[in-house]
Design a binder for this molecule. Structure first.
Ligand code: SF4
Length: 366
């Protein structure tokens, strides 16, 4: 039986980060303003472990936010010693952290090895130097390639985080970054659309009309192609869109931008819509008053219908279907859709659909 995966998040707000990326107010993003101590880490781990089932689980402690390896090394050691103890006792199985590409070198990686860290995620954001500069990142793309290689050479899992809609960014540049990520072959990636957060330099640019955020539809459109690209290359996408919190929501700390609490679901549903559209368009026939029946694995069913049945409404409107029925069939795998039209059933493979779409856009060969 496969084990259930649990994560214990520990936010390290702005501790160790002297930078001021235009989009970041680290204290607001994490929702915390206190400095993290080893007591806090210990208490957090204990509290989470008490809520988890006792058996058949894999637990990972994750230091998020800030730039972990930029913190004073003595503090890094104190903080890492806590999860290390739990790992050695077999109470947790993994340790991960996130940091900046320019805070990676041999000395840092040796320290992280000593404390049995498993995964290092790099906040890359873009691999276009002009975008990095306009975003005030304070590092260049070359430092990402060097750090990513070093992390792998030391035997860590490497995670890469990218943002879309940054200052000076556009669709082509975001897709370039995603394709470069594929070449770096990371263990996992995260994709974040840029949001205008309160009390950031980006907010000032936005108020002076010097920055225009992506609309929600633009963000969905760009992220759809990027997610397809990563899925095609079997790269594990662990997050799409910023996690909503009490403050990370429009009208609170999010001043503007493509925020949606279920952003990933919107993107996954758009992937299914594109695949179905390309399949139905190829048939070159009228569907007027037909019934379309789609069977899929339970994990895929909600993506097929779309948020508030938006895909069903779309298919009815564009093709004139009288009814679109969707059924759960857990004997099918995640990528297979059984499509019944006019009494005939055909299998549609999601991955083949993704391949065809990416080929048309010339994002992959073939
Ligand atoms: S490096 Fe990270 S924590 Fe520091 S300002 Fe930039 S995004 Fe925020």
């Amino acid at each position: 039986m496969s084990k259930n995966y649990y994560i214990i998040p520990i936010f390290v707000p702005h501790l160790g980060c002297p930078h001021d990326c235009v989009f970041c107010n680290q204290k607001r993003i994490t929702g915390l303003s206190t400095d993290v101590t080893e007591d806090y880490v210990n208490k957090t781990i204990m509290e989470y472990l008490n809520t988890f089932p006792k058996r058949n689980i894999t637990v990972e402690v994750a230091f998020y936010g800030g730039s972990f390896t930029g913190i004073d090394k003595a503090i890094q050691r104190k903080l890492l010693a806590v999860p290390l103890k739990y790992k050695e006792e077999g109470k947790i199985q993994g340790i991960r952290l996130s940091t900046r590409p320019d805070y990676i070198d041999h000395e840092i990686l040796s320290l992280l090895k000593e404390y049995k860290v498993d995964t290092i995620e790099l906040g890359v954001q873009s691999l276009c130097d002009d975008v990095l500069e306009k975003s005030g990142r304070g590092h260049n793309s070359n430092q990402v390639y060097v750090a990513s290689k070093l992390i792998k050479d030391y035997g860590f899992n490497s995670g890469l985080q990218m943002m879309i809609g940054l200052v000076g960014d556009n669709r082509e540049k975001s897709l370039y970054t995603a394709r470069e990520f594929v070449k770096l072959n990371p263990y996992c990636v995260r994709i974040y659309p840029t949001l205008v957060i309160k009390d950031t330099f980006l907010e000032k640019l936005y108020q002076r009309n010097l920055y225009k955020p992506l609309t929600l539809n633009e963000a969905i459109d760009i992220t759809t192609d990027i997610l397809m690209l990563f899925q095609f290359h079997n790269i594990h996408v662990i997050r799409v869109g910023l996690q909503p919190t009490d403050n990370i929501t429009l009208g609170k700390d999010v001043v503007a931008g493509p925020f949606h609490p279920s952003f990933r679901q919107l993107v996954e549903s758009n992937i299914i819509r594109i695949i179905l559209k390309e399949y139905l368009d190829e048939k070159i026939r009228s569907y007027f008053n037909d019934t379309l029946i789609i069977e899929a694995n339970g994990k895929t069913v909600s993506y097929i219908a779309g948020q508030k049945s938006s895909n069903i409404d779309y298919l009815k409107k564009i093709y004139g279907f009288k009814k679109v029925k969707i059924y759960n069939n857990n004997e099918l795998n995640f990528d297979t859709l059984n499509i019944t039209l006019g009494g005939y059933t055909e299998q549609l493979d999601r991955k083949t659909g993704i391949k065809e779409h990416l080929s048309k856009l010339k994002l992959i060969e073939g």
